[in-house]
Design a protein around this ligand. Structure first.
Ligand code: AMP
Ligand code: ZN
Length: 467
């Protein structure tokens, strides 16, 4: 057991608790990943990004982190999408897994230690459901298997839902096969043409709630440190995961349950079903990964955030300010030790850590970074060494929050390429104004051959390196 100062708000106890990892120096964490039936939306991105920051911060604090994020590649939604797209369910999953990996990389997320696919765990899921059945927690009706929530004395403790609510089953489909409307599906018999696996209950597929119990047990053990997702997963998904684990073990499944707030659109949770969503890949058309990161991390992870292009524009300015602040010191070796870090820079380090230790308060940690960038930019009365010290701290903590992964290249780009590109873009605009389209097109083509794309927009021409 190890003691340190990190506090985590635990959804189970509804209070902040000192974080004590199961094993000294290591953390085992699991965050529920995507169901790959479509491209993920910018609301999903908020949650994925936050848990990436939790992982990065714990690593910064010296823990060896094993981070598991599952990929749900079998689900009703995937089957529906396969009917819509007219391709097999496996092809739907493969297509959106590839897109997910590409888009999360673009978002600057470090790949989790393990990204298990549900379909690779079917055998283990069948085994677990069978154990639940033998232990008297599960029952079969016509090839479907349900978990009996009344058998679970702790059911409802995590989400704080009262038994009455469960009994009424207001939000649960009335299903005559179930003994109790609140019972949830562990195994679902397949309809003709649907993906299926053989099981003791006939051909079918496992339910979503079993997947995360099985994968977390296999990759992290029966008890692990942190389990996360956005608040929509608290009930029923996490409550149901916990009910299955509790049925099979007396020790806790998870020590710290963490749940993030929603990204809202027009006051409501962004979601596919409400059709009020923006795909992350479409947001990338206007805002880069660091801008999106700034926008999200500038709020506390448990607070809701309203999607706002205006605030994203502000975030873009803040990111540009970071790089402007770092221009002067672009030839510094960022890997060098912190020998140039002065006492006042050290004070920032203390503040940053204090904020992040307090339940990952990225909003306050970001304000430390903004302060630093202002200090470097505006206060020219510091010595070069002092400014370098601030810059090193800014880069170091920026990296902890997932910024500046390619700092040298970006500084070189903004430092030299940007002004040169501006000259070329202006020249091309002048040629177009003179109707010299041959020369204007030649500029675009020659740049394209070197991997630089020009984009003509209403507000002017922009440039970017081709991916
Ligand atoms: P899904 O693919 O719908 O299972 O969601 C993947 C992850 O995104 C889960 O952790 C969800 O809790 C989370 N999520 C879904 N919608 C939102 C939203 N509007 N804001 C923040 N997180 C969300
Ligand atoms: Zn899960």
């Amino acid at each position: 057991m190890e003691r340190n100062l990190i506090q985590i708000y635990n959804s189970l106890t509804r209070k902040k608790e000192e974080f004590i990892s199961l094993e000294a120096g290591s953390v085992k964490m699991y965050a529920c990943g995507p169901t790959v039936y479509n491209y993920f939306h910018i609301g999903n991105a908020r949650t994925f990004l936050f848990f990436d920051v939790v992982r990065k911060y714990l690593e910064y604090r010296g823990y060896d982190v094993t981070y598991v994020q599952n990929i749900t590649d079998i689900d009703d939604k995937i089957i529906n999408q396969s009917i819509q797209e007219g391709i097999p369910a496996t092809d739907v999953a493969a297509k959106y897994i590839e897109a997910f990996l590409k888009d999360t990389a673009k978002l600057g997320l470090t790949p989790p230690t393990h990204q298990p696919l549900a379909t690779k765990y079917i055998g283990q899921m069948i085994k677990l459901i069978r154990e639940l059945e033998i232990a008297g927690f599960a029952y079969e009706v016509n090839g479907d298997v349900y978990f009996s929530v009344n058998k679970s004395s702790e059911y409802g403790r995590l989400s704080g839902r009262k038994t009455e609510e469960q009994k009424v089953g207001a939000r649960v489909d009335k299903n005559t096969d179930k003994q109790n409307p609140a019972d949830f599906t562990l195994w679902k018999r397949s309809k003709p043409g649907e993906p299926k696996w053989k099981s003791p209950w006939g051909e079918g597929r496992p339910g979503w709630h079993t997947e995360c119990v099985v994968m977390s047990r296999d990759l992290l053990g029966a008890t692990f440190d942190i389990h996360g997702g956005a608040i929509d997963l608290l009930f029923p998904h996490h409550e149901n995961e916990l009910a299955q684990a509790n049925a099979l073990q007396t020790k806790p499944m998870v020590n710290y349950w963490m749940h993030g707030g929603f990204l809202n659109m027009r006051g409501e949770k962004m979601s596919k079903s409400l059709d009020n969503f923006l795909l992350t890949r479409d947001v990338f058309e206007k805002f880069d990964a660091e801008t999106i990161r700034t926008f999200f991390l500038s709020k506390h992870y448990r607070s809701p955030i309203e999607y706002s292009p205006e605030l994203l524009e502000e975030a873009k300015v803040a990111v540009n300010n970071f790089y402007d602040a770092l221009q002067d010191i672009r030839y510094l070796d960022f890997a060098q030790s912190e020998t140039v870090v002065t006492d006042s820079a050290d004070e920032y380090k203390r503040k940053f850590q204090e904020m992040m230790d307090d339940d990952f308060n990225t909003a306050k940690a970001m304000s430390v970074l903004f302060d630093l960038s202002r200090k470097i930019k505006n206060q020219r009365d510091f010595s070069v060494e002092e400014r370098q010290g601030f810059a090193l701290i800014l880069v170091k903590f920026g990296k902890v929050l997932g910024f500046f992964s390619d700092i040298q290249a970006r500084l070189a780009v903004t430092g030299l390429t940007d002004p040169l590109m501006k000259i070329l873009i202006d020249l091309r605009a002048a040629l177009k104004a003179e109707k010299n389209f041959v020369m204007a097109d030649m500029i675009r083509e020659k740049l394209s051959k070197t991997g630089i794309e020009l984009r003509d927009k209403k507000e002017g021409t922009t440039w970017s390196f081709r991916e």
